[in-house]
Design a protein around this ligand. Structure first.
Ligand code: ADP
Ligand code: MG
Length: 224
């Protein structure tokens, strides 16, 4: 069964004088419990596509069904609920709260996701262990390495137990070794925990590791 299905998606940005079509009649699907990658050069439209799937931007035409929701017809309020309940987002930059500890950076979003104080802390403890950083709980982001910060960001994206994880170049700022650690965690979420993963990357090697690969060139998507 598809957790994500996109039909004839078009995205046009209007920039004053002209209309720029960034995504051209795009069709794709992500099967539940599988990993899917989208590769493509910088500027090919990868982030634009993920933002649309994440309900963070409006499409120009077409349909997006994600986690059972028709994203293209939903109100802002429904989209907020969808983001809160169904998806996990990981970005190239970690956006951690610099004045809070690693554990708090997970516990605070867990509170926002609806857990009471005690349960949020338990959830954060569980997730920090899952990303292998139980010994870094009290560290502040500035005291963590880039790879560790990204692992905390990954743990944070899991507080709502999302069905679908959308990861936009999550290893873009990391060296090879740390990229590998973050990738291993992402794939373990699929292999061990049955999550669905849509991973955007310009790392072509990763495409070998996934269940399904697409390539985006100038806003045109092709299955590989
Ligand atoms: P990628 O993530 O693959 O590097 P993006 O999706 O960020 O690519 O961008 C794709 C294209 O869309 C780029 O040419 C970019 O300049 C353009 N673009 C992105 N956001 C906007 C916007 N808000 N307004 C106009 N053009 C945009
Ligand atoms: Mg991008």
């Amino acid at each position: 069964m598809d957790i994500l299905k996109i039909n004839q998606l078009k995205k046009v940005f209007s920039t004053g004088a002209e209309d720029l079509t960034i995504l051209h009649d795009l069709n794709m699907n992500v099967e539940g419990g599988k990993s899917t990658v989208i590769t493509g050069e910088s500027g090919s439209g990868k982030s634009t596509l993920l933002n649309l799937i994440g309900g963070m931007d409006n499409l120009s035409s077409g349909e997006i069904y994600s986690c059972g929701f028709p994203i293209h017809t939903m109100t802002e309020k429904q989209l907020t609920e969808y983001r809160r309940k169904s998806i996990g987002l990981v970005f190239q930059s970690h956006y951690l709260l610099k004045d809070f500890s690693a554990l708090e950076n997970i516990a605070i979003p867990a509170r926002i996701a609806g857990f009471d104080k005690k349960k949020a802390l338990m959830k954060a403890e569980e997730l920090i262990e899952k990303v292998g950083l139980a010994d870094r709980k009290e560290h502040f982001p500035s005291q963590l390495s880039g790879g560790e910060r990204q692992r905390i960001a990954l743990a944070r994206s899991l507080v709502n137990d999302p069905e679908l994880i959308l990861a936009d170049e999550p290893t873009g700022n990391l060296d090879e070794k740390n990229s590998r650690i973050v990738e291993d965690i992402l794939f373990s979420l699929v292999e061990e925990f049955g999550k669905s993963l849509l991973l955007v990357t310009h790392n072509l090697i990763l495409a070998e590791r996934v269940d399904k690969a697409y390539h985006l060139t100038g806003g045109v998507l092709e299955e590989k």
